[in-house]
Design a protein around this ligand. Structure first.
Ligand code: ADP
Ligand code: MG
Length: 699
């Protein structure tokens, strides 16, 4: 009755579209351009809009600039010369008995004269450009053929599908109709979904209207039918949700099966620690008390590190929430247990910052810390005072293990031939800057080590569950106490002199400032570039020292700029968004970002996260000559909230998942029906369904 998903390979729906009557090589080639190859592809070709053809507006009732569909007979058609330019345009005049409508196309093709012939009846969809005479430019048209299939095309909500050259809406609709006639009965319920949801049998499609009130879930076959030929507009969303659910379930099954396979073949290294032997002195020396959220997360991590399966955990925490200290404690647990730890970060600046911090923290504990970047590498001399070597290590087959150390590095850690012996835990900071492949590459340097990935990019939950569904998630949802407020302002560039004056005042008080431009070098896009503006800014802010930092500098110059800023010998750091990740200088209280419109919201939030890290009040100033209301709206979110999750959700809605995550995350699956900006409930439901299904299979 219910066909498991993996039997779809033999489903009749995988037949080529050429098995449909009327699809020859030429049609097939057209369909292929739309990525439609099989019957299933055709059935899942989602209409881009629907036209209500149950009652038509009369031409006389058309309103200026308001899209509408009318129906009329052609009373004249032909090529005309446009008065001024003498350009050839094609025009036909439609009459529906109430008024006339002129339809114009600004190119004329030979086929038009044969297509738009006098006497033929057409449906026309478009926006009137003028009402004297009534005129539409480049309207979408569809002939009405007197004949048996009229009920497919008119007197109903008619689907308008995405089309391609030579393939009209009418032909596409006919093909879909034929495919449904022949194959609808063969559309089976995929795994789990059918059993677990309340489904209605086909006959019930008649009484949808009542059923809809009872959280109606159509069968997949019904949903496919409804998405193309809805009885009313509300059916479309009901059908879309059902088909989206199927997509999410399929993905969640994959994710959960992967996780299950992983757990079946891997055995966890015992990294739960040794009575806080190292952690206790570490926390005592740290100088602050962990927040409740940090402690809670550490409990989760400790349970994983001492558990039966290797940890696979994502640690989410807004900028400044103190993920580094958590990573340090996690590292110490593994180190206490006698295992080595690798920490990977995306930039050299961040790596060096971590190296400086961890060396300082761990030195007195006798833990060796090494650095591995493209440019620098600390020597591999044995640390004489390492007290790790006398750790009671977990039983090992050989009985001897190399000493437990912490290695910190950039992607240079991934270099083949670079070994990480005795690896118990891998930590990846700012993990959204890496791809999944890189993460796995590092993990493979050990024998199923534990994995902790950390990110400050608050990922909307829809995306998190989709992308990171195979990871457990911990969230630090609390900032350390005593943080200064960050005030955010959006200003236009004519306010810059005032802004500079304001910055100068803060510098005079001993604070520091970041200035961020989008480009390294000037190019045609007119956005400000750090190299170009450097001299200018130095003069503007003299006598305060300004440092320069961007990705194309030599490593030594980057270091120098960063350490000068850290040591407060440079008061201002002019930089690209390179400083977006991780940089931590608590005395910096101003963040000025010019051409803010060139950045995404999540990115601006990250940049803003560089300030407000100390006790002083901080200020983020966004300079944007935003023309459109939309970009104003965009920045408003930043003025209103500092909640990274809300900002990420806004960003997701405005820019879509691909933009939000950047190219690194191209692993994101494409959904035909699923919508990551709004389908959180469906994704949760899909997760539960998939879990039931995977569990059942395992039995
Ligand atoms: P992020 O989560 O963005 O990586 P960091 O780990 O860089 O944040 O921490 C930001 C700043 O907060 C650092 O200066 C760090 O020393 C400090 N910090 C972390 N945890 C606490 C805490 N519990 N109390 C006070 N300050 C803390
Ligand atoms: Mg960090």
């Amino acid at each position: 009755m219910v066909a498991p998903q993996n039997q779809l390979a033999t489903s009749p729906l995988t037949q080529s579209v050429t098995s449909l009557w009327g699809v020859g090589p030429e049609r097939a080639a057209q369909l292929a351009r739309l990525d439609i190859h099989t019957i299933e592809d055709l059935l899942l070709h989602k209409p881009r809009r629907y036209e209500d053809r149950r009652k038509f507006l009369t031409i006389a009732d058309l309103k200026l600039k308001e899209a509408a569909t009318v129906r009329g007979k052609i009373i004249a058609a032909g090529v005309k010369r446009w008065r001024k330019s003498q350009r050839a345009i094609f025009e036909c005049v439609l009459d529906d008995g109430t008024a006339r409508l002129h339809c114009r196309w600004w190119q004329s093709y030979p086929w038009m004269e044969e297509y738009y012939t006098v006497g033929r009846e057409f449906l026309v969809f478009g926006k009137p450009e003028s009402l004297r005479p009534r005129t539409m430019d480049h309207a979408e048209t569809e002939p009405i053929e007197p004949g048996e299939d009229e009920f497919i095309h008119v007197n109903r909500l008619a689907p308008i599908h995405p089309l391609t050259d030579g393939l009209t809406a009418r032909v596409m609709r006919t093909l879909v109709w034929r495919a449904l006639e022949k194959f609808e009965a063969q559309i089976t319920e995929p795994n789990c979904v059918g059993q677990a949801s309340r489904l209605s049998p086909s006959s019930e499609i008649q009484s949808q209207r009542q059923a809809r009130r009872l959280s109606y879930v159509p069968t997949r076959a019904n949903a496919v039918h409804m998405i193309h030929f809805p009885e009313e507009q509300a059916d479309v969303e009901i059908a879309r949700q059902r088909l989206a659910l199927d997509e999410f379930v399929e993905l969640q099954i994959q994710i959960q099966q992967r996780r299950r396979n992983f757990e079946a073949k891997s055995k966890a290294l015992p990294c739960g620690g040794d009575n806080n032997r190292l952690i206790k002195p570490f926390l005592t020396a740290l100088g602050f008390k962990l927040t409740g959220a940090q402690t809670k997360v550490l409990r989760e991590i400790r349970a994983d590190l001492g558990g039966a399966h290797p940890m696979r955990r994502l640690l989410q925490g807004d900028v400044g929430s103190g993920k580094t200290a958590v990573a340090a404690c996690a590292a110490l647990m593994a180190l206490e247990s006698g295992f080595s730890v690798a920490l990977m970060a995306p930039t050299e600046i961040l790596t060096e910052q971590h190296y400086a911090n961890f060396s300082r923290w761990f030195e007195s504990l006798g833990v060796r810390v090494e650095l591995q970047t493209g440019n620098k590498k600390t020597s591999n001399i044995q640390h004489p005072t390492s007290n790790i070597e006398r750790t009671r290590s977990a039983p090992s087959a050989i009985g001897h293990r190399p000493s437990a150390i912490l290695t910190i590095g950039t992607h240079a850690l991934l270099t083949s031939g670079f070994d990480l012996p005795n690896l118990g835990l891998v930590v990846i900071d700012e993990q959204h800057k890496f791809g999944v492949a890189q993460r796995e590459q590092l993990v493979r340097k050990g024998n199923y080590p534990h994995l902790l990935v950390m990110t400050a990019t608050p990922i909307p939950r829809t995306l998190g569950l989709t992308l990171y569904g195979d990871l457990d998630v911990s969230v630090i949802d609390e900032l350390p106490p005593g943080r200064g407020q960050v005030k955010t302002f959006v200003r236009t560039s004519d306010m810059l002199p005032k802004v500079m004056e304001f910055i100068r005042q803060r510098l005079t008080e001993g604070r520091q400032a970041y200035v961020v431009y989008p480009r390294v070098e000037e190019n045609a896009d007119g956005l400000k570039a750090v190299t170009k503006e450097f001299e200018n800014l130095k003069k503007l802010l003299a006598p305060f020292r300004v440092g320069l930092l961007h990705g194309r500098l030599a490593a030594r110059d980057k270091d120098e700029a960063m350490s000068a800023f850290r040591a407060n010998t440079a008061s201002v750091l002019l930089a690209t968004s390179l400083i977006e990740v991780g940089v931590d200088v608590p005395n910096a209280t101003v963040m000025l970002i010019e051409n803010a419109e060139a950045f995404g919201l999540a990115q601006l939030h990250q940049l803003r996260g560089r300030i407000g890290r100390g006790a002083h009040e901080s200020f983020c100033i966004l300079i944007a000559d935003a023309k459109s209301a939309e970009s104003r709206q965009r920045f408003k979110v930043l003025e209103e909230t500092s909640d990274g999750f809300r900002i990420a959700e806004a960003d997701l809605k405005l820019r879509g998942p691909g933009e939000l995550l950047g190219q690194q995350q191209s692993g994101l699956p494409r959904f035909r029906f699923g919508d990551l900006t709004s389908d959180l409930d469906l994704i949760h439901k899909a997760r539960d369904l998939a879990a039931q299904c995977v569990q059942k299979e395992a039995k």
